[in-house]
Every structure is written in C-alpha cells, then in structure tokens.
Design a binder for this molecule. Structure first.
Ligand code: MSP
Length: 519
C-alpha cells in the first residue's frame, strides 16, 4: 500500500449548529486530504461529533428531552452540513457509536490494570463549559477565562490518571521533535503548561453517576462514567479500527491532528500521555490554528454572529467561501471575517483574475480556434517563461500545502495566474487574430493559455474543488483529476491534446456589486 496519511478534525460538540469556526478546520482538512490523495498518498480523513458530558446533559435537561435526542439532532446537523458542503471525509464518527464505547472501555481497563489510574477525594472549582476542574490560571476575577462564567465548587471522589508523572518525558519528546506541535508558538505554549508553575495536576477521568449519567461507564466501577475528554480523544483511535483492525496498523503512525488553540491542552498534554499509558506511539503532529472573529468580535450564540456555512454557500457559492478562509487566515494566527472582506476577495481574485482568464481563454478558443485546443507552434521567450513557471509553481504549492501554509500556496497559484494574464495582454491574440498571417502565433498563445488553465485547475483542485472541476470540464478533460498525480502532472507541460473540444460556459464568479465598498 502507498504512503499513509491520516488526518483528523476535532470532534464537534453537539450543542451548536456548525459555524465558520468548525467549518474552517474542516475546510483545512478537506484541502489537505484532497491534496494528499492527488499526491498518491493513502489518505484517511476523520471527522465527527463529541456527544457525552455535562454540557449536553444540561441542554437536554433544559429542553426536557433525553441527551441522546439532543446528540442525534445536532450530530445530524453536522453530518448533513458536511455532506452538503462536499467534504471528502472517510468516516464521520460519533462518540455514541457502539464500537467507540467498547474501545473506550477496553482502554480504561488496560490503563487501570497498568496502575496508571488511582482513586481520590478531590475538591475544586469546576467549569461546566470546560468540562473540567479549573486551576488558578484558568480564572479571571473568579470567572472561567474562556467561558466568562462562575465555576462551581465541587467535592467528589474520583478516578485520576497519573499524568504529572509523565511531564518530563513529554517535555523531552516535544523538545526532541520540534515540529511535534506546530506552529512553534503552540509548542512553546505546551512546554509552558508542563512547567511546575502552571499548576497542572493529574487528570480527573471520571464523573460520579449521581451527578452525570450521560457518558461511558467505567468498566471497573459502575458508579462512574468516563470524563468526556478522555472518551472524546479516543475517537482518533476508534475511527481507524483500534486495536486490531488493519487500518489502524496502517494509518496510526502517520496521524496528524488539527485543532484550534482553544483545545491545545487536551491535545498537546493529555492525549500524548494517554497514548503513552496505553502503550501506543504518540501521534506524528499536532497542528493548531488561530481563532476566527466576526466583524472583530468573538463568535457567540448571544451575539448571533455564528456565520452559517450553508448561508455562505447559498449566497456566494461554497468554493468562494473556502477560498476566502484559506487565503485570509495565516494558519496559526487569528483572523477576522466580514462579508465586505469576502466580497472584496471574490471580486479581486476569483471574478477578476481567475474568472477573466478562464473566460478570455475559452472565448478566444471558441472564436479563433473553432472551440478546440489549437496546436502550438514554436514557443517564443514568453511561452518558455510560462512553461518554466508551471513546475516551479507546482513545487512551491506542494511545499506550502505540506507545511500547512495555505495562504502562501494560493498566493503562488495566483502569481502564476497573474503571469498568464499578463502574457495574454502582451500577446493580445484578439488583435493578432485580425491578420491571418499571425495564425500560428495566435494558436501558440491560445495553447499556452489553455495549458496554463489546466495547470491552474490541477493546483486549485484541493482548495476550490468544484471550480477546478468545472475548468477542467470546459477544457474537455473532465476526468483529469481521476488520474492526475501532484505535483508532477501540474508541472508537466504539453499534456492537453490539440483538437480537444472546449466549452465557453457562463462566468465562474460573477462580480458582486456592492453599493459602498468602503466599509
Ligand atoms: N468536543 C471538543 C473537541 C474534542 S476533540 C477530541 C470541542 N468541540 S467544539 O465544538 O467546541 O469545537 C472546537 C473546535 O472547533 C476548535 O478547536 C476549532 O477546530 C473549531 N472552532 C470553533 N470555533 C472556532 C473559531 N472561532 N475559530 C476557529 N476555529 C474554531 O472543543
């Protein structure tokens, strides 16, 4: 089997409809999964929902329905939205799936038998939003920093996983593998969590049933259910058939998790230690990105600024929205979303640059070459420059996608696109075609533009899949993505066969008129 590539999104809580934040992470995953598949890697893309815990039990109680009903409703909202948006995931996992429950119980028993879990009475401040006991550092003016709500004082006997005993080992591992957690700022944040001053203690992994029943029962004590984070993280193993499925063995060594900075601690600290206590190798990389705000404000239900991806799809087309998300955010840093900024990007990059190149090239092919890819004559300097830029661009895109620098990858594709637009301006085939003596030069120019469009479409295919497919279909090579290998096929020149029938089609991205573009 070919090189494995296993990528995961966080599994989303079933307490909210999917919004721009969840959509961003899933767009990133869809993009890398599509890219690595096109690169011939054996890719597995996992996403899903996290359904147990206080938070869900609380909502169910408020609404007077069972937690299972809430979980079913919101999980279906995520899975149907993800399908409607065309995400190419290989499994949508739910933590209420039967296989997940048995995997969690088997792991709990294994770790318990290994002596990594102990029982103790505990008193502390508990935040329902975080689903955990807080430390002093989590508090600001007595409120949970993340949820701006007062924690509850709780006194309980519970089971704890000995995580502190593994801090030195984990700190060493992080230092010896500098890109284990990336970008670097999050590696540093993780290291500082492991320092003694951070006050991070052992991890409470149980909840007494008298307080919370909605969870997976501990196999060694039926009075308790499992803490939701311990259960949730294990989805990354269940998803590929742990413990003895063939997929598990194939994929686990290549595991890459993607999360936003909000859930760095469970992924950077708890999860590698959990894996260690189970006797499994740790994941290959944790990739953390920043946070989206909307019009400069934190996304929140009460502000009603959730930005539904389905609305965006209906209004602008989903490719335009994904393009914006990937082009605008520097992976790792925060970014702001506004419709005005989205419209500016659509107009400048997609309608003007890309859309124009597609329509000019195909209209002229229809007019001056009877709607078929013409046969190129001898290339001149300008053609040779474009031919050389194609493999360079493909190599840069490959490098950027593999480093998760999506904005740079798109920038590189659009630099190439600009170059082709400039080339067309210089060759001006619409003028040259007036004189039949220029027929050969016009054919060469149109071949160069059509072939450049093929290169651009292949490189864009992971970012804006429907648009790329449409361009390829108009070029008469609708099946190109079925066999293409990136980066080589995008960098190879002369693949389009002369004589291939092309179609003009409508504008790919009509320009969006806004009354006042200043805001
Ligand atoms: N259920 C846990 C994750 C368990 S993973 C084993 C959880 N769920 S969540 O529904 O709150 O999703 C958090 C994730 O959603 C973030 O890590 C990020 O991937 C995405 N985002 C949610 N809001 C976001 C922004 N405002 N900006 C960017 N991404 C954010 O935490």
């Amino acid at each position: 089997m070919s090189v494995p590539y296993y990528v995961t999104t966080p599994i989303y809580y079933v307490n909210a409809e999917p919004h721009i934040g969840h959509t961003y992470t899933t767009v990133v995953l869809d993009t890398v999964a599509r890219y690595h598949r096109l690169a011939g890697e054996d890719t597995f893309f996992l996403t899903g929902t996290d359904e147990h815990g206080d938070k869900i039990a609380e909502i169910a109680a408020e609404r007077g329905v069972s937690p299972q009903e809430i979980a079913d409703e919101y999980s279906a909202a995520f899975s149907s939205t993800w399908k409607e948006l065309g995400f190419s995931f290989d499994r949508f996992i739910r933590t209420t799936d039967p296989d997940h429950k048995s995997v969690v119980q088997a792991i709990l028993q294994k770790v318990y038998d290994a002596g990594e879990i102990y029982f103790q009475e505990y008193e502390g401040l508990y935040c329902v939003g975080c689903e955990r006991f807080l430390t002093d550092r989590d508090l600001e003016d007595g409120l949970c920093r993340d949820h701006e709500r007062a924690p509850e004082k709780r006194n309980e006997s519970n089971y704890f996983l000995r995580i502190t005993a593994h801090f030195d080992w984990l700190a060493d591992h992080i230092q010896q593998h500098p890109d284990f957690i990336r970008p670097e700022r999050y590696k540093n944040e993780a290291l500082s969590m492991l320092r003694e001053e951070s006050g991070l203690g052992d991890l409470c992994i149980s909840r007494p049933k008298e307080r919370l029943e909605w969870g997976i029962e501990l196999p060694f004590d039926s009075n308790y259910v499992c803490y939701v984070w311990f259960d949730a993280l294990i989805n990354y193993l269940t998803g590929i058939g742990y413990p003895d499925g063939p997929k598990f063995e194939h994929y686990w060594g290549s595991a890459e998790h993607f999360v936003a900075k909000d859930i760095l601690k469970p992924h950077a600290i708890f999860w590698p230690i959990m894996l260690k206590t189970m006797g499994l190798p740790v994941y290959r990389h944790l990739n953390a990105h920043g946070y989206w705000t909307v019009n400069g404000r934190k996304i929140s239900k009460s502000l009603g600024n959730m930005v539904s991806p389905i609305d965006m799809k209906e209004r602008y087309g989903f490719d335009a929205f994904r393009y914006f998300l990937l082009r605008e955010m520097v992976f790792g840093l925060d970014s702001d979303f506004s419709e005005a900024a989205l419209i500016r990007r659509i107009n400048a990059d997609l309608a003007n640059n890309l859309g124009n190149l597609v329509s000019r090239t195909l209209n002229m092919t229809a007019r001056f070459a009877d709607g078929a890819v013409p046969k190129a004559g001898e290339p001149g300097d300008l053609e040779r420059e474009i031919q050389a830029a194609a493999p360079e661009t493909a190599a840069r895109v490959d490098e950027f996608v593999r480093r998760y620098e999506f904005h740079r990858a798109l920038e590189a594709i659009f630099e190439f696109l600009d170059r082709v637009n400039r080339y067309l301006e210089t060759r001006a085939p619409w003028k040259a075609a007036k004189d039949p003596a220029n027929a050969d030069r016009v054919a060469t120019t149109l071949y160069t533009s059509c072939e450049s469009l093929r290169v651009i479409a292949l490189l864009l295919a992971s970012f804006v899949p429907d648009t790329a497919q449409e361009i390829l279909a108009r070029l008469g090579i609708a099946d190109a993505l079925k066999t293409a290998r990136l980066p080589d096929d995008a960098g190879r020149w002369g693949v389009l066969e002369p004589g291939t029938a092309t179609t003009k089609g409508a504008a790919l991205f009509p320009r969006i008129e806004v009354p006042d573009e200043a805001d």
